[in-house]
Design a protein around this ligand. Sequence first.
Ligand code: GDP
Ligand code: ZN
Length: 354
Amino acid sequence: MNLPELGWTERERQLFEPYRAAGLLPARVAVAYGATFRVYLEDDETLADVPGRMRHEAQSRRDLPAVGDWVAVQWPSRQERATIQHILPRTSLFSRKVAGQETTEQILAANVNVAFLVAGLDRDFNIRRLERYLAMTWESGARPVIVLNKADLADDVETCRAEVAGIAGGVPVHTISSKLGSGIEELFPYLQLGTTVALLGSSGVGKSTLINRLVGHERQLTRDVREKDSRGRHTTTHRELVPLPGGALLIDTPGMRELQLWTADEGVKEAFDDVAALAEGCYFRDCAHDTEPKCAVKAAAEDGRLAPGRLESYRKIQAELRHLATRQDALAQQAEKKQTRTIHRAVRRMPPKR
Ligand code: GDP
Ligand code: ZN
């Protein structure tokens, strides 16, 4: 793939100029294998490492490369791996809380321009889940587009579409059937050269089926494609950046499939701008719209000006964010204590002054 096919635009060209002058090459991170990365360069690809300096200086995962990142690499010869020297500023970032004991952030994808939020119009249809994906996408910096798939299974497509438009806050809503291939052409305008897209949505909504449609061939597209290497041998390569007809690039990382909330404060505000507007009328500035008196949001929920279910899902997301914030605080305090202990130990080890 050439640079424009990798999503390179005027923005990247300008940002890259100082690195070009320093003799570095532009590359896009295609796969992350822990500490090693597969990067695509102009008509080429290689494995790349992160130098110790970058690893030590990293304050968080955000300071390390992620799939979709534009990076400046040093690649002296094809016999060696490249080293990633710099990460270009990102236009967007998707991350999630890593399930389990430790609250760690996992970076899923960087520089996604358009996020297709896919939901299925079958019995699993859940408008609350769409609200969450919307909040996450606003938070990421990518532009959301709602795709209601399995239109062939819906009794009343127009009612569903209207209901979704009610929570979408002006985000475009498309109804398609990936199985029948209907409505797919409505997505083509988003798939132009230089655009990086991603599909988000729960398992079973039809993301793989839609990707196959978009890629434009019947063969089941898996992330692992068999292809011939330079010596003509068949090899299996793991692909997370997939070129689409029309020139767009699809980021398809495994983690994008079950996103969880991380920090979505700003995103929640935008996704719940109806609640935010009503909250202006609450008596208390910091009203949680729960047990507070003179709450304009509760009043609107009661008399139907706020759609049923909106307040509950708003409260649920708020509670989840509070829980996460508490855990993050606790972890930050632990880290600080550890650092203080290390400093004390280092001071104790210093030779006494004479
Ligand atoms: P994913 O988990 O989101 O990747 O979903 P898949 O693409 O694997 O699809 C899940 C199931 O839904 C499969 O059995 C598909 O054949 C089916 N499916 C996908 N799109 C449509 C559609 O538009 N209409 C119908 N009726 N079924 C679909
Ligand atoms: Zn209130």
